[in-house]
Design a protein around this ligand. Sequence first.
Ligand SMILES: CCCCCCCCCCCCCC(=O)SCCNC(=O)CCNC(=O)[C@H](O)C(C)(C)COP(=O)(O)OP(=O)(O)OC[C@H]1O[C@@H](n2cnc3c(N)ncnc32)[C@H](O)[C@@H]1OP(=O)(O)O
Ligand SMILES: CCCCCCCC/C=C\CCCCCCCC(=O)OC[C@@H](O)COP(=O)(O)O
Length: 229
Amino acid sequence: MADPVTFLPCCSLTALFFCRIIKTVVKTFKYFFGLRFEVKGLENFKVEGPAIIVSNHQSILDMMGLMEVLPDDCVQVGKKELMYTGSVGLIIYLGGVIFINRKSTTSAKMVMAEVAKTMTTENVKVWVYPEGTRNCTGDLLPFKKGAFHLAVQAQVPVIPVVYSSFTTFYNPKKNLFTSGKIKVEVLPPIETKGLTSDDVSDLTDRCFRTMRETLFRLSGRPSEAKDSS
Ligand SMILES: CCCCCCCCCCCCCC(=O)SCCNC(=O)CCNC(=O)[C@H](O)C(C)(C)COP(=O)(O)OP(=O)(O)OC[C@H]1O[C@@H](n2cnc3c(N)ncnc32)[C@H](O)[C@@H]1OP(=O)(O)O
Ligand SMILES: CCCCCCCC/C=C\CCCCCCCC(=O)OC[C@@H](O)COP(=O)(O)O
């Protein structure tokens, strides 16, 4: 059986207040870590109603970048294991994270199908990391299709968000980093009205290509985006 899906935390005023506190606290971390964020395209979040936000996922440092742009009416999809990480698990549960079981495709799909229904009635945006895992190689992993099925099922736009590569200042193996600048770009929404499940692969490819091109541009590697497709 699929796990129940609720948007309870993000839909109450108390939770909104709680999320604001988390955001404010986490946003101050960048001063201690010496990280700077340059954000462009925030106006692209101003779509009417719900949407699926997809972004690249390089490390836990993403959580700082997340707080720079996260809209108020937005919940995240995360792996179930995060729920069992003590106080962090509790904080992200209260922050509205929807947990999926990556070890069971059936359960993950059922949760996502439920989210597709609920997000429209509750009018929330859903943030998914389509690579499905952390990847700090300076490139993107092939995208999983869950986010795009979700967008098509709910008939809502996909808004890609790209963070420049951390490779110049971060070593994920040693978990060491120096100060650095992270460029973040929120790209224009991609409409899905009228698309069906047959169009999901094309939609996934289109988002992947656009995001990869943007990742290389933001990271100062424009030529590689043209070389490989
Ligand atoms: C202020 C705020 C406070 C809060 C703090 C927040 C911070 C916390 C942040 C936490 C951050 C946490 C960050 C994290 O934790 S990131 C890790 C967790 N997130 C993800 O894994 C999301 C991305 N993954 C996916 O989308 C996968 O596809 C899923 C998980 C859904 C299945 O993966 P799986 O590997 O099992 O299977 P598959 O991908 O090979 O797909 C198999 C087939 O199924 C098809 N299919 C897929 N989906 C659907 C669907 N919905 N309806 C219908 N069909 C669907 C698909 O097309 C394919 O068919 P075909 O195409 O081959 O024919
Ligand atoms: C009012 C209290 C304020 C206190 C502030 C506390 C700070 C905590 C706030 C934000 C939560 C941070 C959540 C950490 C979530 C970790 C996300 C992450 O990076 O998970 C890894 C997962 O994606 C993929 O896993 P794998 O790469 O497949 O293995």
